[in-house]
Design a protein around this ligand. Sequence first.
Ligand code: HEC
Length: 288
Amino acid sequence: MILIQRSISSIVHRVTEIPEHLLKRSRDRKSGDSASSGESAGSSGDNVPAVQKAAVPAKSVKNEPSVVVAKPDTPRVAAAKSRKKIPFWAMATLSLLPLWAFLYAYAVKPQAKVVEGPLAIGSEVYGGCAGCHGAAGQGGAGRILHQGEVLKTFPHIEDMLNFVYTGSQAYVSAGIKQYGNLEREGGAHAPLSYNGNAMPQQGETYGGGLSQAEILGVVCHARYGVSGADQKSEQWAKEYETWCSPESEIFKALETGGTSFDTVSKDFSMLKEKPNEVGTKPRASTAN
Ligand code: HEC
């Protein structure tokens, strides 16, 4: 047998002419033992102990799988493993982030909507009147309103609402010679009689920019804030309650569109303090 194998291998050698050093390297690899690398690879007998040597450590490796598994981590994997994870308690905090966002948005939101009631809204709207009438109603390009002056002109709030809605030019056009209290001390006011300028119309049918609720608000502010009407006095308490208090049903109805200057006297005729006609067209003053 050995003779036959040798002769076959010598035939193979001759046919393929594999260089001897390559065969030697191949044998060395198979043996897996560097010990054989230094020896001459001529005889196959050298390979036998080499293979057996290799088999022994291979078996022992199988018996100790942990040695095989414990490959060293690459630096990248090691870094990922050693990196700090998000601690479990932080997840609770993180899950509250949407709530924080909501609260933040709420806190930053402008709070203009909180303003309620005729006087609160009116004091804001009055900013557009102050340029002519003065911040304290002391007058300027527009008439004096403070210290009871505007109350003298308009003992009835309905007449003031009508005048501010239409503006004084509409009174001139309608041929109405005097507005407000015709028995005003010092004489009734005539349109364009102050300095020749008109009180600009505020209501929407004349192209003004204020809603009817805003006009009521600014008129309340001009009377109770700027001009100093005492809401607790016998003279003004009823008017205040009906028109200018935060509970004013008329103000609320104007805001929601449940009533209007043209219908308010009818819509609220059931009130104890029955409102007079307001209207959106220039008209004669309310009788005393
Ligand atoms: C551009 C200036 C100007 C602005 C703005 C203005 N007014 Fe006047 N206002 C006048 C003038 C001028 C008169 C006098 C009108 C006249 O003589 O016909 C007047 C008259 C009045 C009167 C009558 C006072 C009286 O005793 O006769 C009232 C009430 C009034 N304004 C309220 C307001 C309110 C409320 C606002 C804001 C919504 C306002 N005005 C904005 C110029 C202005």
